[in-house]
Design a protein around this ligand. Structure first.
Ligand code: CP
Length: 308
C-alpha cells in the first residue's frame, strides 16, 4: 500500500502533492463503496477513533463519524460544551484521559490555531485537524479540491476564486495551499479589511471587485462572514457587505460562461450568497458534502496504514 509522508494530518502546508493525489485516488475508491447498497468495509476494524470537538460543527463532525463507521472503526464523540473542560480540565489532560481508554486516533476541532500541532508533540496517537481557529481546515480543502477535480477533470492551470472573509477563514488558507500544490491559479477577493496583510506572499492574485473575480474564474468558492471571530467591525453592516460582495443568480446568469459555485457551509443565506444562487444549477455545495465522507474515509484509512 502507498503511504502518506506524514503520520498526522495537521494541515495542507506540510503535505506533498503526491500525498494529495494518493488521498484523491483512495477517495475515488471509497466514493464507489459508499454508493453501493452495502456501504461498509472492514478496513478499520479494531481501530478506535475519538472525535474531539471544542467548537461547533455539523458537516465535519458528522462526516468524520460516518466515514469512521463506513470503515468499521469504533467511534467515541467528545463535545467540550458538556464535558469536564467546563470544570477547568486542560486540553492535554482531556486528550490523555481519552487515550487512556485505548483510543488510536484523534480527530480534533479547536478554536485555537496550533492546538493539534501542540498535541502532536505530546501524544502518540495519529491526529487529524478538523479545523484549528483561523489557521487550517485540511479535510475541507481536500474535499473542495476533490470536488473541483470531479467537475473539471484536473486542477492544473484552472482559475479558482476564493471570495469573502479570507482573514478569519481556515478554509481559505488550506484551500490556497492545496490548490497551489495542484497547479491551479488562485485569486482571493473580498473587502480590503478582510484580506490578511501576508496574502500576496502565498502567490495568489488579489481582487477587490467581486464582479471581476467572477468574470475571471472557472470556480468561485464563496466563504461565510465569520462574525463570531470578529472582535472589531470590518465593514459597516451585513446589508452593505451583501450589496458589494453578495453573489446572486442574476450575476451568475450575466457571465458569458458557466462557473462552478462552491461554499464550505454553513451558508449565511442572503449575505454572501442569495438562495437562488446557492440552490442554482451552478452550485455543487451538496456534492462537496457528499465528497467529504469519501475524502475523510481516505484520510483515516491512509493514516491508520501509516501507523500499522
Ligand atoms: N465546513 C465546515 O467545516 O462545516 P462545519 O462547521 O459544519 O463542520
Amino acid at each position: 500500500m502507498s503511504k502518506l509522508s506524514q503520520r498526522h494530518l495537521l494541515g495542507i502546508k506540510n503535505i506533498t502533492r503526491e500525498d494529495i493525489e494518493l488521498i484523491f485516488e483512495t477517495a475515488d475508491n471509497f466514493k464507489q463503496v459508499i454508493n453501493r447498497p452495502i456501504k461498509k468495509v472492514p478496513s478499520l476494524r479494531d481501530v478506535t477513533i475519538a472525535n474531539v470537538f471544542f467548537e461547533n460543527s455539523t458537516r465535519t463532525r458528522l462526516s468524520f463519524e460516518l466515514a469512521q463507521k463506513r470503515l468499521s472503526a469504533d467511534v467515541i464523540n467528545f463535545s467540550a460544551s458538556n464535558s469536564s473542560v467546563k470544570k477547568g480540565e486542560t486540553l492535554l489532560d482531556t486528550v490523555n484521559n481519552i487515550l487512556a481508554m485505548k483510543v488510536d486516533m484523534i480527530v480534533m476541532r479547536h478554536a485555537s490555531a496550533g492546538a493539534p500541532h501542540y498535541l502532536a508533540k505530546h501524544i502518540k496517537a495519529n491526529i487529524i485537524n478538523a479545523g484549528d481557529g483561523t489557521h487550517e481546515h485540511p479535510t475541507q480543502a481536500l474535499l473542495d479540491a476533490f470536488s473541483i477535480r470531479e467537475k473539471l477533470g484536473n486542477l492544473e492551470g484552472k482559475k479558482i476564486a476564493i471570495i469573502g472573509d479570507i482573514l478569519h477563514s481556515r478554509v481559505a488558507l488550506s484551500n490556497i495551499f492545496a490548490l497551489k500544490k495542484l497547479g491551479a491559479q488562485v485569486m482571493v477577493c473580498g473587502p480590503p479589511t478582510l484580506l490578511p496583510k501576508f496574502i500576496t506572499s502565498l502567490g495568489v492574485i488579489v481582487e477587490l471587485d467581486v464582479k471581476k473575480a467572477l468574470e475571471w474564474c472557472e470556480v468561485a468558492n464563496v466563504l461565510r462572514i465569520q462574525l463570531e471571530r470578529q472582535q472589531i467591525k470590518y465593514f459597516p453592516s451585513l446589508r452593505e457587505y451583501s450589496i458589494y460582495y453578495g453573489i446572486n443568480k442574476k450575476m451568475l446568469a450575466g457571465l458569458k460562461k458557466e462557473i462552478v459555485l462552491m461554499h464550505p457551509g454553513p451558508i449565511n443565506r442572503g449575505v454572501e450568497l442569495s438562495s437562488d444562487a446557492a440552490d442554482s444549477t451552478h452550485s455543487v455545495i451538496l456534492d462537496q458534502v457528499e465528497n467529504g465522507v469519501a475524502i475523510r474515509m481516505a484520510v483515516l484509512y491512509l493514516l491508520a496504514g501509516a501507523t500499522n
